[in-house]
Design a protein around this ligand. Structure first.
Ligand code: NAP
Length: 305
């Protein structure tokens, strides 16, 4: 089971989605199939992850009606610009095997080329108006990026997907999102960025945090479940990633316990104010030079046709 979150345009998405960043293409279809069979109905991918085609394969392999599954994907910065972003939609839709994308968001602000970021968002607005996407949004937008975007665009983003876990709670972003009616969607919701293998030395994994371990023991739950429950009780959307069937099931088994106000506050107090991911003010195609390949061969359409 899964609760629903209503976005600012009335579209609903499950509060617990399934992430596939760093899921190797060879593993992604199986992970998506496992997730859908475990009850997830929302998959978060990105053009930049190189696995949109396998996400579509996993949905088809699950046997679950694709119309029941919310697909969220992201436009990479190298595809920003009005026409370029319209083409990015075509590439992603073809790889996913759909004619309509439920949620399409900009992966990063591109502060050094903000005019192109705005043009990309204008393309999202056009796609929304044309009914080719169900909701639009952004990712890694800080309050000053949101303010600049709002001055130059019509439609308020439905979602802002940002790094958010007990060691980095981004209260200013959450406040700015709430004031604008934007759902805050937590990436690395169980702190994956604090323990990704090979992503830097001397990090403390939030998964090993003593406070979280104590709360988890008290509820007979795991640290991951406690962190996910903390997000849900504070109104955030979450998209935990796993390729392990047991952990995939565990990360959606969140609806038979409740954290107390004191427990929520204890987790809030763990914030260190230090981001694990890239600084959103530094992202630029010259430093993040990933070209998104053309879709080449279309796969069969799974929905919206
Ligand atoms: P995460 O979901 O917080 O953590 C994933 C890590 O935790 C993986 O190493 C996974 O390993 C492990 N794990 C999963 N469930 C577990 C459990 N129950 N107990 C212990 N370990 C567990 O981190 P994330 O992948 O960074 O974030 C989730 C999603 O957010 C991504 O997949 C992607 O969709 C999105 N994201 C977006 C951005 C952005 O810039 N917009 C950036 C990063 C991520 P196993 O697979 O081995 O279980």
């Amino acid at each position: 089971m899964n609760n629903l979150i209503t976005l600012n345009n009335g579209v609903t998405i499950p509060s617990v989605g399934f992430g596939v960043f760093q899921s190797a293409p060879a593993e992604t279809a199986a992970a998506v199939e496992t997730a859908l069979k475990a009850g997830y109905r929302h998959i978060d991918t990105a053009a930049g992850y190189g696995n949109e085609r396998e996400v579509g394969d996993g949905i088809r392999r699950s046997g679950i009606d694709p119309a029941e599954v919310v697909i969220e994907t992201k436009v990479w910065v190298s595809d920003y610009g009005f026409d370029e972003t319209l083409h990015a939609f075509d590439k992603s839709a073809t790889k996913l095997g759909v004619s309509r994308i439920d949620v399409l968001i900009l992966h990063q602000p591109m502060p050094q080329h903000f005019a192109r970021t705005v043009q990309a968002y204008h393309a999202l607005e056009r796609l929304l108006e044309d009914g080719q996407v169900g909701a639009i949004g952004v990712s890694n937008f800080m309050p000053h990026h949101l303010a600049a975007l709002r001055e130059q665009t019509q439609i308020v983003p439905a979602i802002n997907q940002v790094e958010l876990h007990p060691y980095f709670t981004q209260t200013a972003v959450q406040k700015a999102d709430a004031e604008l009616g934007i759902v805050t969607q937590a990436w690395s919701p169980i702190g994956g960025i604090t323990f990704y293998p090979g992503w830097g030395e001397n990090r403390k994994s939030v998964m090993d945090d003593e406070t979280i371990a104590g709360i988890a023991a008290g509820h007979g739950k795991t640290p991951a479940q406690v962190m996910l429950r903390w997000h849900l009780q504070q109104g955030r959307s979450v998209i935990p990633k796993s390729t392990n069937p047991e952990r995939i099931a565990q990360n959606i088994d969140l609806f038979d316990f409740e954290l107390t106000t004191a427990e929520l506050t204890a987790i809030d107090r763990l914030d260190r104010g230090v981001r694990g991911g890239p600084d959103p003010d530094e992202v630029d195609p010259s430093t993040w030079n990933v070209e998104i390949p053309e879709a080449e061969t279309p796969t069969s359409t799974t929905k919206g046709s």
